[in-house]
Design a protein around this ligand. Structure first.
Ligand code: NAP
Length: 258
């Protein structure tokens, strides 16, 4: 049932909220994605780390295997899969679907978190190649990854797809150009896919993380004091709530993490 009163910020998470779930996260090497990958593992999920930089992926892998659950037990070992969303071709996406199929036979969560800011510039002067790159990474690659993983998501009895949005994807703002437009497209993607999957066990929602202390935020606001911003670790619980069993049936919605 699509409970319209559901708010992922109000869910008190259990230590084992994600026990037994298999969750893939793009962009787990930095900022929000890294914090979320660690939190998912801590709460019992097996995490698939999808990123473009193997060294950075291995560093997050090491952080995850060093974690302990709240009862002191070890967390599940994550899996690393290299994926550059700018350069990936069909075979790269297929390889990820095959790896998931082989290891788990299903996927319970998919978090589209990786994103590209590009440049801030008036539309009149916006660099066309940068526009194409941002739209490709933030929209087309997200679509392609979802498409190839839909059979694995459908194989789960309770699957959740989260697309990471932004305030400028819900209300346009001058100079945010391709980034803003790509997040509007992401919101549209969520609505279309949620409608198509209405009678299935796969839910699809967007989350605006809100302002957060990450490299992308620093790129957008170079003169801002980062100490005034919340750390990524403090804003990921609503993502976890949307990946866990309590959000079952909630789909096609646009949530905010703060
Ligand atoms: P971040 O720290 O800069 O992390 C961005 C992530 O995306 C990194 O893991 C990066 O990989 C990955 N990525 C970029 N291009 C990629 C590509 N071509 N292929 C694969 N991965 C790629 O940014 P963040 O702030 O955590 O952003 C996470 C999400 O939150 C984004 O979707 C962003 O739009 C959204 N968001 C953030 C804020 C905020 O205030 N921070 C506010 C609203 C929305 P590398 O580590 O290899 O570079």
């Amino acid at each position: 049932m699509n409970d319209i009163s559901f708010d992922p910020r109000r869910i008190a998470l259990e230590p084992d909220e994600l026990a037994g779930r298999v969750i893939a996260i793009t962009g787990p090497t930095s900022g929000i994605g890294r914090a979320l990958a660690l939190e998912c593992a801590r709460r019992g999920a097996e995490v698939l780390l999808l990123g473009r930089n193997v060294k950075k992926l291995e560093a997050v892998y090491d952080e995850i295997v060093a974690l302990r659950r709240s009862d002191g037990s070890a967390v599940a070992e994550p899996l690393i899969a290299p994926l550059d969303l700018e350069k990936a071709v069909a075979g790269d996406y297929d390889a990820i679907a095959t790896a998931i199929e082989k290891r788990w036979g299903r996927l319970d969560g998919l978090v589209h978190n990786a994103g590209l800011l590009g440049i801030l510039s008036p539309i009149e002067h916006f660099d066309v190649p940068t526009w194409v790159k941002v739209m490709h990474v933030n929209v087309t690659a997200m679509f392609a990854l979802t498409q190839v993983l839909l059979p694995a998501l459908r194989a789960s009895s309770d699957a959740s797809v989260i697309c990471t949005s932004s305030g400028v994807g819900r209300r346009g703002r001058a100079y945010w150009g391709a980034y803003s437009v790509s997040k509007f497209a992401l919101e549209g993607f969520v609505q279309v896919l949620a409608d198509e999957l209405e009678k299935t066990s796969v839910r699809v929602n967007s989350v605006d993380p809100g302002r957060c202390r990450t490299p992308m935020r620093r790129q957008a606001y170079p003169s801002e004091n980062p100490d005034t911003l919340p750390a990524p670790e403090t804003i990921v619980d609503p993502f976890v709530a949307l990946l866990g069993p309590r959000s079952r049936g909630v789909s096609g919605r646009a949530f905010s993490a703060q």
